[in-house]
Each structure stands twice: as structure tokens, then as C-alpha cells.
Design a protein around this ligand. Structure first.
Ligand code: KIV
Length: 326
């Protein structure tokens, strides 16, 4: 959840256009779908949990790049763009499923979308969010829920909270499930926080946040997301732990950054949170494209002859012999 504002994502997922191969068609008319990885993708070294855990900027590492994705095309694009980690975030609730907060998504929802991401066989490490109530009841329940995400194709899970959650983190790590922590503005705590608000602004809260980060590291987290905290605080936390911190709305002095797919690409542009930089305007581009399509259909400009199938000349001729009433 990326939550300094309310989102009710309106994106519509459309399945890739299915094309019918008609009998007798020229097979070259159909673009073959290839699942062969590009040579560049094939030659890249796998991104592993230990590889991520070692990426501290203070030790000379290049900052980690994480982006959310929720489906196979998104995962393929993130992979081709060369990001290090894909997060199947519970922001799914807000940017894809149209809810106002992240509390509405279930383990089933996350499993469904993690599997879609994993089917793209992306090069980045896939981290899946444990949704609210999936890791609060007991270690057994937490392990079972996390195992479903791992079996769906995630290489690690993420959960929100610090000292309160170390028992669950330890249980997961004991079961060989790598865990990414998430502290600061934790959107699953929206009601407890009284809204999506920047956290750790007082000396006491800052001390507690540093304690939370150390507790997560001690419990075995391989990295920690820091959301919605002042830059100076993020720098302090980053200095206090040996695992990498990945920031969102946490300034530059962290070991990596994460942005929500729909924010980065400008698919969701009704709100402009301060921490988002939009690298494209895909919402407007999509609206313009669909409006152009609608206009072409209405004027008859689409489809043209090149977008239509045709009978072989001899068959067309035979048909013509019978006239249009045949
Ligand atoms: O669910 C999510 O997208 C997240 C990131 C914004 C860190 O938790």
C-alpha cells in the first residue's frame, strides 16, 4: 500500500487480444507469440535474496530498484526495464481493484496476482505482500499464508510492522521463507494511524522506528521498506541497520527506491503525492487512443482492408457467380 492519499483505481484489465487463425489464412498474417527470453534477459545473473541483502549503498552498492506489478504484462515490462525487484503489493487493492484502502484484499487476491506475475518468468526477484490479517493470528497461520504466495511464484514475502511482528518474521524465516519488512507509514494501519500520514516526526517516534528496524533485522528480514518518513529519519534508520532499506516517500538517503506501477507510469493521475515522479502519462495516452478507436469505428475508418481477412481470389470469384443472394 502506498498511501498518502486515497485511490480508487479505475484501470480495467483487458486480456491480450485473442486472434482467431481462420482456416486457409496466410499464416504469416498472425504475429507468432514468442516466449523465448531475449539474449539480454537470458544472460543476466539471477537476482537472489542474498544478493539483495548485500546491497548497502554505504558499502558501495548501486541503489536497488523496486516497482510494483500485478499481472504478467506488467511483470514482463518491469523485467525488460531491468528493475531488481517486483513487488506484488497489496496496493493492488487501490490501484487495480478499486478499493479505498489496502485492508480489503485477501490472501486469495494476492495469490491470484502473484501467480500472474510469476507466469511471466520475470528476471527481478518477486516479493509478494502478505495482506492484512494474513500474519496477525498465529505463526502457523502466517506460515500457511506465506507458503501460498511462495507456491504461487514469489521468492519472498513482505509484511508491515516492527517489533510487534518479529515473532511472525522469525517463524517465516525458520520455514525458509525470506521476509522483507515494512515500517513508517504502514497503510494496513490506516485506522490506527488516523489516516495516511507521514510518520516518525518526533524524537520518541524516531527512536521507536530505529528500534523497529533493528528488531526486524535481528528477526531475519533481508531488507526493509521505509514508507512516508522524513528523509533525515530514513537516513538514520538506513545507517542503523546492515540490511538494505528501500524507500517510498523517504527521500534519497536509503539503499533503494520503490514506486507503485500506476503512479510511475501515470496510469493513475487523479492524485499527485509529493513523493511520486511520473515517468509517463499512460492514462491520457490510453484515453486518447481509445477515443481515436471509437471515432474510427463510428466513421467506418476501422477496420480497413488490411485489418480484414479475405477469401482467396478463386473462391471469391466462385462466390460471385452465385450472386449475393446465394
Ligand atoms: O503495496 C505496495 O505497493 C507497497 C509499496 C508501496 C511499498 O507496499
Amino acid at each position: 500500500g502506498n498511501g498518502t492519499r486515497t485511490r480508487d483505481g479505475s484501470s480495467v484489465m483487458t486480456p491480450a487480444g485473442s486472434r482467431l487463425a481462420l482456416d486457409g489464412d496466410d499464416p504469416t498474417e498472425e504475429a507468432p507469440m514468442s516466449s523465448t527470453p531475449t539474449p539480454a534477459a537470458a544472460s543476466r545473473a539471477p537476482i537472489t535474496v542474498p544478493g539483495v541483502a548485500a546491497r548497502k549503498v554505504r558499502d558501495g552498492a548501486v541503489p536497488l530498484v523496486m516497482v510494483t506489478a500485478y499481472d504478467a504484462p506488467g511483470a514482463r515490462m518491469a523485467s525488460e526495464a531491468g528493475v531488481d525487484l517486483i513487488l506484488v503489493g497489496d496496493s493492488l487493492a487501490m490501484v487495480v481493484l478499486g478499493y479505498d484502502d489496502t485492508l480489503q484484499v485477501t490472501v486469495d487476491d494476492l495469490v491470484h496476482h502473484t501467480a500472474a506475475v510469476a507466469r511471466a518468468k520475470p528476471h527481478p526477484l518477486v516479493v509478494a505482500d502478505l495482506p492484512w490479517l494474513a500474519y496477525h493470528l498465529s505463526p502457523e497461520d502466517t506460515i500457511r499464508n506465506a507458503a501460498r504466495l511462495i507456491r504461487a511464484g514469489a521468492g519472498a514475502v513482505k509484511l508491515e510492522g516492527g517489533r510487534k511482528r518479529t515473532r511472525m518474521v522469525e517463524a517465516l524465516v525458520d520455514t525458509e521463507i525470506p521476509v522483507m519488512g515494512h515500517i513508517g507509514l504502514t497503510p494496513q494501519s490506516v485506522h490506527a494511524m488516523g489516516g495516511f500520514k507521514v510518520q516518525a516526526k518526533s524524537a520518541d517516534a524516531i527512536r521507536l522506528l530505529v528500534d523497529d528496524a533493528k528488531a526486524l533485522e535481528h528477526a531475519g528480514c533481508f531488507s526493509i521498506v521505509l514508507e512516508g518518513v522524513p528523509s533525515e529519519v530514513a537516513a538514520l534508520v538506513t545507517e542503523a541497520v546492515d540490511v538494505p532499506t528501500i524507500g517510498i516517500g523517504a527521500g534519497p538517503d536509503v539503499d533503494g527506491q520503490v514506486l507503485v506501477y500506476h503512479d510511475l507510469l501515470g496510469i493513475e493521475d487523479r492524485m499527485a503525492p509529493k513523493f511520486v515522479r511520473r515517468y509517463a502519462s499512460l492514462r491520457q495516452a490510453s484515453v486518447d487512443a481509445m477515443a481515436a478507436y471509437a471515432a474510427d469505428v463510428r466513421t467506418g475508418a476501422f477496420p480497413g482492408p488490411e485489418e480484414s481477412y479475405h477469401l482467396a481470389a478463386d473462391v471469391a470469384e466462385t462466390l460471385a457467380l452465385y450472386g449475393s443472394g446465394a
